[in-house]
Design a protein around this ligand. Structure first.
Ligand SMILES: [Zn+2]
Length: 58
């Protein structure tokens, strides 16, 4: 508790989801699982960035 990341998934209204992400996932209960096209695209971009950061750290 305390450091749970926020979902942050883009919404159809142009904003980003403010729900807290579920434990063990990077998305809230509304956006986890079968993600819509925009969610998948953003996830791929985020994962690519994370990989770059992890490689740079080590
Ligand atoms: Zn969400």
């Amino acid at each position: 508790m305390g450091t749970q990341p926020k979902c942050g998934a883009p919404t159809k209204t142009g904003g980003s989801c403010r729900r807290l992400a579920m434990v063990g996932t990077s998305r809230c209960q509304l956006h986890q699982g079968e993600w819509s096209a925009y969610g998948v695209a953003k996830r791929k971009a985020d994962e690519a960035k994370k990989k770059l950061k992890q490689r740079r750290k080590k």
